[in-house]
Design a protein around this ligand. Structure first.
Ligand code: EPZ
Length: 424
């Protein structure tokens, strides 16, 4: 299995292109199940997860063609004139939780679906009760059998009031996709305001859906009889943006993040500025710089958008591990998202955890070591820590990184990082 080897100490200088957002691309691909017409997605990130979603959709009857219109692998055409299956088996769903996104569109279009329950994962139990509540509100009959969700709505879904008790990105997207084809009006209260949700809503509207309130906590959907095709450009990945911004914060130097959008990462920019990192908007994206002085410790609490994203918590902790002073990092979204702590400690970080809160005392220098992580964002936090560690850091289980970061070693290497992929 491949690993990534990093020799720390090099400053980063140059440009990094920001890819399309994984967490928008995955539901956007599932949206293709809602129409017979072609859906063209541009700026699709080339990742293990998006390829996998393409394979799952193909088993359901979606024709998936990459590299259309001369657009290279980031341009895909998805078209499902007729669905051949409404089953998403355990073997596929367990590999990637986002596979669960096929449930809403399948019930909405075909009136039935059988989708495996995803089960827990490294960052927490991650139930799907709110996805099911939303579909039940829309009139679907839900049964749980042998680890599968059986959803039926033979006469179609019907618009309803859906009020989420807490913010959930996934269940908001499930509700939104399903409601587009429901009869009448659906109101989604306490909807997630994450930009990826808005991107899905924009794409659905381009296909003929009638969604209003996009970007707010109340979404209103007036159902339509059918959706058509569209061409949609996936928005830039705010988590990739924040990750590379923190790479510069840790390693020092000056890097232009091409295609990054400040409005997607405003809270992150504020926190980095507080820590002494310069972030400025340019014509092409964002410029991030830390020159000379050591960064200052800063506290964060993860929150739904527009708060500090949980998907950047591990990377921020790696940054704070070398900043001056003590930082408190609170995780409020997932109950088990500190698995990177023991691995960062192996690199010499001083971190103590008390429940959902971690205290990080910055050290002058981390020291390279072999490490591994159990999820995507934890893995990338170890790569970032490696940039600032003396000697060699080897990050094992690289398949987690390949799920969510496109060509990470090339992007960091092009800015002067001493980083390479080692195949074994
Ligand atoms: C999405 O997961 C992202 N994944 C996650 O990114 C991200 O961390 C998360 O949103 C929060 O921003 C994708 O978009 C594919 P939630 P999702 O529903 O939709 C609980 C990454 O690294 N909950 O907003 O699964 C849940 O357990 C990944 O790219 C229920 O209790 O997150 C969590 O505590 C990791 N019941 C909270 O809500 C439900 O039915 C928020 O989860 C659904 C969620």
């Amino acid at each position: 299995m491949d690993s990534i080897s990093i020799r720390g100490g090099a400053r980063l200088n140059g440009q990094i292109p920001i890819s399309g957002a994984k967490n928008a691309a995955l539901p956007l691909m599932a949206v293709s199940l809602l129409t017979r017409e072609p859906l063209y997605l541009e700026n699709l990130p080339s990742l293990a997860d998006t390829r996998f979603m393409g394979e799952l959709l193909a088993t359901l009857g979606v024709e998936v063609a990459y590299g259309v219109n001369g657009g290279g692998p980031s341009a895909v055409r998805l078209q499902a004139p007729k669905l051949v299956s409404t089953l998403a088996p355990y073997d596929l769903v367990r590999k990637m939780r986002a596979s669960f996104y096929v449930l809403g569109p399948l019930v909405a279009r075909e009136g039935e679906a059988k989708v495996s329950l995803p089960g827990g994962c490294a960052i927490g139990t991650r139930p799907v009760d709110q996805h099911l509540m939303a579909l039940e509100s829309l009139g679907a009959h839900i049964d749980l059998q042998d680890g599968y969700v059986l959803a039926k709505a033979p006469n179609g879904l019907v618009g309803a009031e859906i009020a989420f008790p807490f913010v959930t990105v996934g269940a908001t997207v499930t509700a939104l996709m399903a409601a587009t084809l429901a009869k009448g009006r659906t109101t989604i209260q306490n909807a997630a305001r994450e930009p990826e949700v808005s991107d899905v809503a924009d794409c659905l509207n381009a296909m003929g859906a009638r969604i209003s309130g996009i970007g707010t906590a109340t979404l209103t959907v007036d159902g339509v009889a059918q959706l058509g095709g569209a061409t949609h450009r996936v928005l830039p990945d705010r988590i990739e943006t924040g990750t590379y911004a923190m790479a510069v914060a840790i390693a020092g130097g000056e890097v232009d993040l091409i295609g990054a959008r400040a409005d997607l990462v405003q809270r992150v920019i504020d926190v980095l500025s507080e820590a002494g990192v310069e972030v400025a908007e340019t014509n092409e994206g964002l410029r991030v710089a830390r020159n000379g002085h050591r960064a200052r410790s800063t506290d964060i609490t993860t929150e739904p958008f527009p708060g500090f994203p949980t998907d950047l918590q591990a990377q921020f902790m790696a940054f704070m591990a070398t900043a001056e002073g003590e930082s408190t990092i609170k995780e409020t979204i997932f109950e088990n998202r500190f698995m990177h702590v023991p691995e960062l400690s192996r690199l010499g970080a001083e971190i103590s955890v008390d429940g959902q809160s971690a205290s990080v005392t910055g050290v002058e220098r981390l020291k390279g070591a072999p490490v591994m992580a159990t999820d995507l964002r934890a893995s990338v936090s170890l790569v970032l820590a490696g940039l600032a560690a003396e000697g060699e850091t080897v990050v094992n289980r690289v398949y987690h990184l390949d799920r969510g970061f496109e060509r990470i070693e090339e992007k960091l290497g092009a800015c002067g990082a001493d980083i390479r992929r080692v195949s074994s």
